[in-house]
Design a binder for this molecule. Sequence first.
Ligand code: SF4
Length: 685
Amino acid sequence: ALPPPAALTRTTCPYCGVGCGVLAAPDGRVVGDPEHPANRGRLCSKGTALGETLDLPGRLLHPEVRGKRASWDAALDAVAEGLRRAQSELGRDGVALYVSGQLLTEDYYAANKLAKGFLGTGNIDSNSRLCMASAVAAHRRAFGEDVVPGVYEDLEEADLVVLVGSNLAWCHPVLFQRIAQARALRPSLRLVIIDPRRTPSVEGADLHLAIRPGSDVALFNALLAHLDAGGHADAAFVEAHTRGLDRALAAARADAANAAERTGLDPADLDAFLDLFAGTPRVVTLWSQGINQSETGTDGANAIINAHLLTGRIGKPGAGPFSVTGQPNAMGGREVGALANILAGHLDWAVPGEAEIVRAHWNAPNLAAGPGLKAVELFQAVSAGRVGALWVMATNPAVSLPDGEAAREALARAPFLVVSDCMANTDTMAHAHVRLPALGWAEKSGTVTNSERVISRQRGFLRAPGEARPDWWIVAGVAARLGWGADFAWDGPAAIFREHAALTGLGNRGRRAFDISGLAGMTDADYEAMAPTRWPVPAAGPAPARFFADGAFPAGRARFVAVSQADQPADDGRLTLLTGRLRDQWHTMTRTGGVPRLMAHAPEPVLAVHPADAAGIEDGALARITGHGGAGAVLRLRHDTGQRRGTAFAPMHWTAQAAPAARVNGTVPPVFDPVSGQPALKSAR
Ligand code: SF4
């Protein structure tokens, strides 16, 4: 039995954007937190095994400078000097930070403040660029701000849930469990899966549309045209609260004419979906990386949002478009502006006066003049010598970026590379000139924001090993050595959170939905005791119960975005590679790969191919993927009738550190969505 509640620490799971609450015992045993609104006591297989990840070997325990153990003073001096030198040689944009959805909001805030406010560069991007940047861009285009209108209860209150490009059963398991339980109690709740693969999420679904990869825009354009033609529009809502419908409809009708052909769907299945959506007012369309990680990811997300705007099915109980994030704190990074193209507090360089709000709040001497480089371009700039100092925090781009050879070459070429991480032997760390030991999940304290805008406390319950330190402390130490100590003089994460929250209440905030200024006055004790809290939390006036049901969009009116299906590549006989995640692994396996019972679920990387596409190749044979620039990965081939013809699926987790290695993302070309900058990792040829 676990110790009594008073001896347990209330914290949050670090793996996915569901953001489940966890109760942790001092000996590392964990159970789901029955009081957390995201999970009400549930945990998935990864969350349940968290206690088995705490004493993983391979932790980085001491700072190192050029391969030698160093004191913190010497290491921070070296980082400051490296940044200073790069800027003196290459200008402000000669430095860059590449950060992570694994950072807590306070860490993220500190890194963004240092980069954009004091180093004066927009060159700070997050690995969230690989996860949901297309959803961010779509929200901004449609609503005028990056706002997820839905909440998890909507999935239970809907009469129809549509999962698009999301294997929710494996990638956000507790949300899938909530839907499954709601369906068990109320069988009339229908479930439709739109995915080229027959994933575990399809089990028990009412309809599976095994769509041709990359044809989502055609499908949702067909839906928009169908909704309009069938008289399902909410004319009053559209008239009062939106703009741009005519152009969007014209584009949609053009795609609708041959939608079955373009999507590769059986016309009867396509019609069944269109009719089901049209006839079900309470519908949630949830999407994830299958939409976002595409050359047209932003258009795909806007095509989904268009259908909800037309029908006024947004912000109402059981109805709305719903983007779920991959990482536990991808949303927090968006809130503090740790993407290259946004400012802190959801503020925007493009809106007159908003950059000045940030500058004044930070007393920033060098606020970046505009957006910086997004992930793929950022590493290209390092390779080209335009960035001379790169600081990577809590992520492993050597494996996770597309075109892995180019990413590793950039890391190897970087004149000055700093990596702060809790693990010593990642593929990225191997290239570092300065290695900084950061706290791990069980040791650090701060906040995270999950996919339904709930801010939760993460609380450390184990002592830091060796000389590991919080990421915010490391950033503040470097800032002090660059002469900005007074502006980074926080005594803990609560002080950073107050500063972050205060920013969201400044200036002409009337048009911004993200407002947590009501939390800016928290004492340290309040912060320590903080219960999960959904934003907005304005200091003045009541918070809206829901976003957008009343048609109050940040942009005034919501915008229909006219989108057109891109031409599909001609069939040249090659298979299209689809990539994704497995149930029991996380990212590049730095944490889950060391847990035997998690490894047991899928001990080796497998390439799933339809038997008809693998004719003449035995099930169990070794197969080689030859990808961009000749990069290759070797996996065991499995015949799988759930695989759409013409495609093959491979998991993205295995790295050079894993045995066997199969760096799948590295075979994908560095193609990205031109609007969001998100790499098209989900499918490649
Ligand atoms: Fe952790 Fe996500 Fe599983 Fe919840 S669903 S326990 S947040 S991995």
